[in-house]
Design a protein around this ligand. Sequence first.
Ligand code: THU
Length: 146
Amino acid sequence: MSIENKNAAITPTELIDYAKQAMKKAYCPYSGYKVGAALLTKDGRVFTGCNIENASFTPTVCAERTAFFKAISEGNTDFSAIAIVGGKDGVISGVFPPCGVCRQVMSEFCDPRTFKVYLGTETDEYKSLTLAELLPYGFSKSNVNI
Ligand code: THU
């Protein structure tokens, strides 16, 4: 299920606020790091996600991928931006950049030149990057000929 924002353009700050709400749902008994993400579709829907850890460690999924897989599994594949926040015990202290695996998942579905990644902080300040800046010379479907 998504949050619909059909009538109002959503600002980076509003998207970051959704990520901050999603962060509260994090299941992270092993690391204690709570992470939240809010993924914006081109038609104005917001899909949120949190990190979900596992006693066996490797099945752990990041907040960003939770948001992507929720959106894609509900038929949404066109995205314009994602907001990400995180911090130990849910205390945000500066930016919390996406891991390499999440950057790779973004690159499967998003135009690296236009897709925006907003890294929220504990204040109203945030860092705005394109996927191309986060994943230069990335490997994507354009490199696969099958
Ligand atoms: N984590 C995320 O949710 N997103 C990232 O991009 C980096 C890491 C989570 C995974 C794990 O639950 C915790 O943060 C500590 O690595």
